[in-house]
Design a protein around this ligand. Structure first.
Ligand code: SAH
Ligand code: SF4
Ligand code: F3S
Length: 445
């Protein structure tokens, strides 16, 4: 019988993909379980982008302490960005932790487990090389049962936005060779995966540092040509690197989804400059305009930081104005928080907590209305939905997404097996963050 592994994942899609890769690597010996109490191996894959997720890890690790007492053979590991950031300090603080693996080292998970079993723990590996070949981890069929899958195409970041810890915990930008990416997508397609999301901290600079690599736009076209793949998404794009070539591929390639996550962060040029974002609001608006012109159906989403050091009320109003102008489908907004290693933590003019709170509320209010208006505009229309499964809230309904990444829950005759098909749905009403509709017909199966 196989041993049991439980993985808890925090953070971004790349971390989710890394967790999947660890499961693939471990699959001969371990099978995943949903309850930590059943596990022989517990892994916490961590995120340190803001203060809050970092606290969560600490409480999570504490939670597993008693399990270790009850089950002495239980192996407990911490991976991901907090592991990278804290390294040895984690085993000092939590002496019952057996394994700490950084963002380039988790590929050696099996080796680390072997050492722990031999009594040679704790294993702490957190080397971060500037140049690193992202290993190829073959996807395991049994563990790829869904409709969609992530494919990491690059990792790391060279941008050093002044608030951001990512370059310090993910290292420099490294891109995977195109042949390996295509091989991975082909394998996933052969398992029945219909949609892939290409991942990188900054996908637009894919391959720029390597000789003979395609551009990101070229890679996107190659992935879209793979048989069996119906939809291609990608994230995240840095606005400064959003090229005309990429805008054209988004507009013209039918398999590329009509959704772009384009983090703006702030609407004030003064703040953008202090954030080291390397674009102005005008640059950003110009690119959005070009994109909307070539691809009128495009849905935009973004990340916003409120209360960056030195952000005045007037600066903040520029952010609200930008939201009104750009009209995003959805936004992810955060209160600025100080992070180790970053330049902004040393900036003196910090915004008080209650002010940040107030600004976050204001952003939410404005965006809620815009999202509602946009979602209302879908009502009565027919949309194409790739069916992902049953609706979590109401299992009598199916759930899927439009090409524009809007969640649609819809009613269909229960006996119909629609999961994994592309269907036409008529939208009947709009919720806060999703649409409701009625099934019309299967477009592709
Ligand atoms: N690579 C992506 C996103 C990285 S982190 C990009 O460049 O867009 C995801 C989001 O977290 C960022 O877009 C930013 O909005 C937010 N974020 C990062 N550091 C932060 C900090 N110190 N405080 C608050 N939010 C932060
Ligand atoms: Fe962080 Fe900026 Fe790099 Fe994104 S582009 S990961 S926000 S440093
Ligand atoms: Fe978090 Fe690391 Fe992703 S800090 S957002 S898990 S790259």
């Amino acid at each position: 019988m196989k041993k049991k592994v439980y993985i808890k994942t925090f953070g971004c899609q790349m971390n989710e993909n890394d967790s999947e890769k660890m499961l693939w690597l471990l699959s001969e010996e371990y099978e995943p379980v949903k309850a930590p109490s059943e596990a022989d191996l517990i892994l916490i894959n961590t995120c340190s982008v803001r203060e809050k997720p970092e606290y969560k890890v600490h409480s999570e690790v504490g939670r597993f302490k008693h399990l270790k007492k009850r089950k002495p053979h239980l192996i407990l590991g911490i991976t991901g960005c907090v592991a990278q950031q804290k390294g040895e300090a984690l085993v000092k603080r939590f002496p019952f932790v057996d394994i700490v693996l950084g963002t380039q080292e988790f590929y050696r998970i099996k080796e680390a487990i072997k050492l722990v079993k031999k009594g040679k723990g704790p294993v702490v590996w957190t080397e971060l090389k500037d140049s690193f070949n992202l290993p190829f981890v073959p996807p395991v069929r049994k563990l790829c049962s869904g409709v969609k899958a992530y494919v990491t195409i690059m990792q790391g970041c060279d941008n050093f936005c002044t608030y951001c810890i990512v370059p310090y915990v993910r290292g420099r930008e490294v891109s995977r060779p195109p042949e390996e990416i295509l091989k991975e997508v082909e394998t996933l397609a052969s398992y029945g995966i219909k949609e892939v999301m290409l991942l990188g901290q900054n996908v637009n600079s894919y391959g720029k540092k390597e000789k003979g690599f395609p551009s990101f736009a070229e890679l996107l076209k190659m992935v879209a040509q793979i048989e069996g793949i119906w939809r291609v998404r990608f994230t995240t794009s840095h606005p400064k690197d959003l090229s005309d070539e990429l805008i054209e591929v988004i507009a013209k390639e039918p398999k590329v989804c009509k959704h772009l996550h384009l983090p703006l962060q702030a609407g004030s040029n003064r703040v953008l400059k202090r954030m080291n974002r390397k674009y102005t609001l005008e640059d950003y608006l110009q690119k959005v305009e070009k994109l909307k012109k070539l691809c009128p159906e495009i849905a935009l989403t973004t990340d916003i930081i409120v209360g960056f050091p030195g952000e005045t009320e007037k600066d903040f109003e520029e952010t609200l104005k930008a939201l009104e102008k750009i009209r995003y489908h959805e936004i992810f907004s955060f209160k600025y928080s100080d992070r180790p290693f970053t330049a902004a933590q040393k900036f003196e003019d910090k915004v008080p907590e209650e002010e940040k709170e107030k600004r976050l509320d204001a952003v939410h209010k404005v965006q809620e209305r815009i999202t509602q208006e946009i979602y209302q505009s879908y009502v009565g229309k027919e949309v194409e939905v790739l069916v992902e499964g049953r609706s979590k809230k109401d299992p009598s309904m199916f759930m899927g997404r439009t090409s524009t990444n809007v969640i649609v829950n819809f009613i269909a005759a229960l006996e119909e097996e629609l999961i994994g098909t592309l269907v036409k749905v008529r939208v009947t009403s709009a919720g806060k963050h999703s649409l409701k509709g009625e099934f019309e017909e299967v477009i592709k199966s």
